[in-house]
Design a protein around this ligand. Structure first.
Ligand SMILES: [Zn+2]
Length: 118
């Protein structure tokens, strides 16, 4: 039974959510499969999600920066007070969200970086 935790090289279910979360994207060195010793990364789907999420998060930062001052004196005044915290939260989410998504979604791919091949 093939799952998202199946190694693309040997077909064994050698990954778990934590290991998969830190296997990185197509452009990273990847993690070694304990069954066959070859390296795996999160595939194209995860890489695209990561790129899209970073763009959205960055857009969110710009929107926040431009609109936070306007929130003063309105029912959304808390946005202006917590602008800094919200910004930090968005930046932190750019690191955390793709890892969570990698842990539970998308298939693994063979690592393609030259230095990942021995
Ligand atoms: Zn393997």
């Amino acid at each position: 039974m093939s799952s998202i935790y199946t190694c693309p090289h040997c077909g064994k279910k050698s990954f778990n959510p934590l290991k998969k979360a830190f296997a990185g994207q197509l452009n990273s060195p990847g993690k070694v499969c304990i069954e066959c010793g070859r390296k795996c990364v999160n595939g194209k789907g995860a890489t695209i999600f990561n790129a899209v999420y970073c763009i959205l998060a960055f857009a969110g930062m710009v929107v926040l920066y431009l609109n936070a001052p306007k929130a003063l004196g309105t029912e959304y005044e808390w946005i202006a007070h917590y602008e800094m915290l919200i910004g930090i939260g968005i930046i932190a989410s750019m690191f955390v969200i793709p890892k969570i998504v990698n842990a539970f979604f998308f298939r693994l791919s063979p690592a393609i970086r030259i230095d990942a091949v021995k």
